[in-house]
Design a protein around this ligand. Sequence first.
Ligand code: SF4
Ligand code: SF4
Length: 219
Amino acid sequence: MSIKVFKDSGSKGYDLEILDPSATVQDYLDALNNFIDTNMSSPCRGCDECCWERIPLTSVDVFKYIETSSKELKLGSENLLLEFLKKYCYIYVEGRVVDISLGFTLEGACSFLNQTQKICSNYLARSLVCQSFVCLESSERAQDLRSQLVNTGMDELVRLWLMECQRHGQKPFTHEAHRPCFNISDYPLNGFSNKKNYSQILIKDICSGDLWKKIYVGK
Ligand code: SF4
Ligand code: SF4
């Protein structure tokens, strides 16, 4: 076991610790799932509230969506990444900041939510933010870890979007932009770069030094 997830004695929620410096993002997701299976008799009441929020995406999330669902999603162009971003995501720009999330309906539901049955229509490929959502409160360090993983993965997705647009001689497209002045140099390589799945990404490579000191306890 490289990551321990446990009930937080100070709240009704959960906390976590990293026991092994080679722990990966997939280990983190497995540990959360294991915690849910063993500690929560009904992990979800099916209210579907968590599917009505902004769902930020990482580069690996998008690779997974494309790999598992390109036929269902009717993606057919030469550049699946750009086509997926254009059709199924929402690229929002505010000055230098770029945010890429899953597309949503006019009322604000995730476009993969089956609103009649209240289930995810793309459950196996759901994003990191969906997989790491535990319907409980969590410690500050657990929240910080989740945010840093998702934000770093999204930065890599922004870098890929800008690079692919550049490679195809396209002006970067957006779904909403306010005084855009983004630049690819704001999105350097990071721990997600050149990685295709979560088993390849070390948490240590993503965490800030401060957060690592708080969550790494060794074996
Ligand atoms: S996991 Fe989501 S759908 Fe389930 S009870 Fe919690 S907020 Fe509602
Ligand atoms: S991808 Fe699935 S689990 Fe995630 S918000 Fe959308 S419908 Fe909900």
